[in-house]
Design a protein around this ligand. Structure first.
Ligand code: GP9
Ligand code: MN
Length: 646
């Protein structure tokens, strides 16, 4: 040891090891990162190494003993940053981002409680610095005074970069598209480490603000002209029929429409949903040509689109990268115009998809995330809370809410890889040999059962009769990787056209006091949900920047753009640049002028929606005199004990 410490490189090695131990201990003691499996455990342990080598390695460029002092200072700075995250995490269950730092209120709300959040034993987190100071004073006299040969620190940095490369490679293997999709800050920290996460966050923020700065108020005019032109007038038979009613919006995770009425082993897979679709008393309307339009943001894209009538971005999740934008979302409009209280219920970590930030911009009043539910082992599978306990435990919260409410119930169990605990499947798996496809039916059945019970419980709680119930599927569950097995399931080859047809998800709605239509074949999609809901409660959609149109309107625009520029209409589809006749399924060799124009329209619409998000254009737009920009300081989602109602 003595020998080691008699050189600067030795001192550096000790500093890296101390930094490594400290960072790893803090990960283990302070953060709840949801690490599962040997690879994730390994990466959590491994990820501080590259940061230690790179950041502390920079100190080695300094001359003489200064290098030693710099190593200490850099260790202190890194430790301080990590500790700031520890304190922030103790309150928010989340990591600091540049965006949260800019919103002083985040820290303001911590305010006096910062001291409360610090514990006396935290002083131990300075132990590494104390050790380094002692060792430095004891051994520095042995060190050579000249600068290290240049190549030494360079080699250290190179090793650091290689370690990072290995880290990133293994992380991407365990969680493909980790960086592009940026699911959750906890994920990024778990896989890449707290320091690399900060760099990632900084790059993202700079890129975002660059696009934002370039935009100006004239950019919104083109968008406004387009959406005003596309707007469809309300249907008087529906307009205002749901005014003042609660809205219960039920998100069916990964649920594709082909499941409706599908029979496996001679049994209906989703008997309860089927019973709504074929409802004898005609309370419900089922749109069987309704499509999702999500991309990498998956669930988050579906949430964004249904609550803002904007498209998700072609890459990444707008919830994450545009989480601080100005929005004029359904929850905020309902609150301002009709005194609704909005809430999201979801049995996952609160920061997933940046929900805890973006919900404030959407004007969502309450957010019931995992801490609000009993997350004991038997209740949890896959991403989080099982749907049955989820619905059951949500009822008392719904009963407590001020009415009218807009409650978004987001299920989770029917999510890839579609697993259930033993004894919970009431349907045998399919037999295609693809585990994913085979299990898909079992979790769909579980979801169907959970929903049936939820309806019973809503009725018992007196919340059913007078509520608008809206049910939708967020996106596909079976990707194109499973084409062979899917072909077996539906008895048809999965051509590109067939694949687009499989992007149908259900949309089912019941408006109290209004006769349902049974099955409605209108072509429609997630982007149409918000204008439809506005009109049902009696708010004209005309003033708002919305890319969809009311599905009940006579004037509904029945074309469905997908996020990649493909689209479908009732008569034809455009897939990968090729037009197909939807009836004959044949390629259209000579597309008509109308087809070409429609294609232009679709691309233009997507481009305008991207402009709104990238330029944060809604900050320049005032829909009408009633509109007040959302003040995010009015929204905060604390732990259950911080919840105002408790
Ligand atoms: C995560 C859940 C699943 O909270 O909503 O998200 P997905 O993978 O479907 O986007
Ligand atoms: Mn989803």
């Amino acid at each position: 040891m003595k020998k080691l410490l008699s050189t600067k490189m030795g001192f550096f090695a000790i500093a890296v090891v101390l930094f490594w131990i400290k960072t790893y201990s803090i990960y283990k003691l302070e953060f709840n990162l949801g690490v599962s499996g040997a690879m994730q455990e390994f990466l959590l342990f491994f990820n501080p190494l590259s940061s230690g080598l790179i950041f502390l390695g920079l100190a080695l460029f300094a001359a003489g003993k200064k290098a030693g002092r710099r190593i200490i200072v850099f260790s202190f700075i890194l430790g301080f940053i990590l500790y700031a995250n520890v304190v922030f995490y103790r309150f928010n269950g989340d990591f600091i981002t540049l965006a949260t730092m800019m919103q002083t209120n985040n820290f303001g709300s911590l305010g006096g409680s910062i001291l409360d959040l610090m514990a006396p034993l935290d002083i131990l987190y300075l132990l590494d610095i104390a050790i380094l100071i002692v060792l430095y004073n004891k051994f520095k006299s042995n060190w050579r005074t000249e600068r290290l040969q240049f190549r030494k620190p360079l080699i250290v940095l190179a090793v650091g970069v290689i370690a990072f490369g290995v880290n990133l490679g293994l992380a991407e293997k365990d969680r493909p598209q980790l960086l592009e999709r940026a699911f959750d800050r906890n994920y990024l920290v778990k896989y890449l480490g707290a320091y690399n996460f900060m760099i990632y966050d900084a790059i993202q923020s700079v890129e975002s603000s660059r696009q934002r700065v370039l935009a100006d108020s004239s950019d919104i005019t083109e968008v406004e002209n387009y959406t005003k032109y596309k707007y469809a007038e309300p249907n008087p038979a529906y307009f205002g029929t749901g005014e003042g009613k609660n809205i219960i919006k039920i998100h069916l995770e990964s649920f594709q429409s082909f499941l409706i009425d599908y029979e496996l082993h001679g049994e209906e897979v989703t008997p309860f949903l089927n019973s709504l679709v074929h409802d004898e008393s005609q309370d419900f309307t089922y749109f069987d040509n309704f499509f999702h339009q999500t991309e990498q943001g998956k669930t988050a894209d579906a949430e964004l689109t249904t609550d803002t009538s904007l498209y998700g971005l072609p890459q990444g999740s707008a919830f994450v990268t545009k989480g601080d934008n100005t929005y004029q979302a359904l929850p905020a409009i309902l609150e301002q115009r009709q005194d609704y209280t909005s809430a999201v219920f979801h049995g996952d970590r609160k920061s997933f998809w940046n929900r805890d930030e973006v919900y404030r911009h959407l004007g969502i009043n309450e957010y019931y995330y995992d801490s609000y539910f009993d997350m004991s082992e038997e209740n949890v599978i896959n991403y989080g809370l099982k749907d049955k306990p989820f619905f059951e435990e949500s009822i008392p919260y719904l009963q407590e809410m001020d009415q009218p409410f807009y409650a978004h119930m987001m299920t989770l169990t029917h999510h890839h890889p579609f697993i259930l605990d033993e004894g919970e499947a009431s349907l045998a798996p399919a037999e295609t040999g693809s585990g994913t496809v085979d299990r898909y039916f079992q979790t769909a059945r579980y979801l169907d059962e959970s929903l049936e019970q939820f309806f019973i419980d809503l009725k018992e709680a007196g919340l059913y009769e007078d509520s608008i119930i809206m049910i939708y599927g967020d996106h596909y569950g079976i990707s194109q990787n499973h084409n062979r097995a899917m072909a077996e399931i539906i008895g048809e080859e999965i051509t590109p056209l067939k694949n687009s047809e499989l992007q149908r998800v259900p949309f089912i709605i019941r408006i109290p006091g209004v006769d349902g239509q049974g099955i409605n074949h209108e072509y429609s999609s997630l982007v149409d949900v918000m204008p439809t809901m506005l009109h049902i409660v009696g708010i004209d959609a005309q003033d708002y920047i919305l890319f969809g149109t009311d599905m009940f309107s006579e004037d509904h625009k029945a074309f469905v753009p997908f996020r990649n520029g493909d689209f479908v209409t009732e008569a034809y589809s455009s897939i990968n640049g090729i037009f197909y006749d939807n009836v004959t399924k044949e390629v259209v060799e000579e597309p008509t002028e109308e087809m070409m124009e429609m294609k232009e329209t679709v691309l233009h619409e997507l481009e305008l929606s991207d402009k709104v998000l990238n330029g944060d254009l809604l900050r320049f737009y005032t829909p009408n005199e009633e509109w007040e920009p959302v003040n995010i300081n009015d929204y905060f989602y604390g732990e259950p004990e911080q919840h105002p109602a408790k």
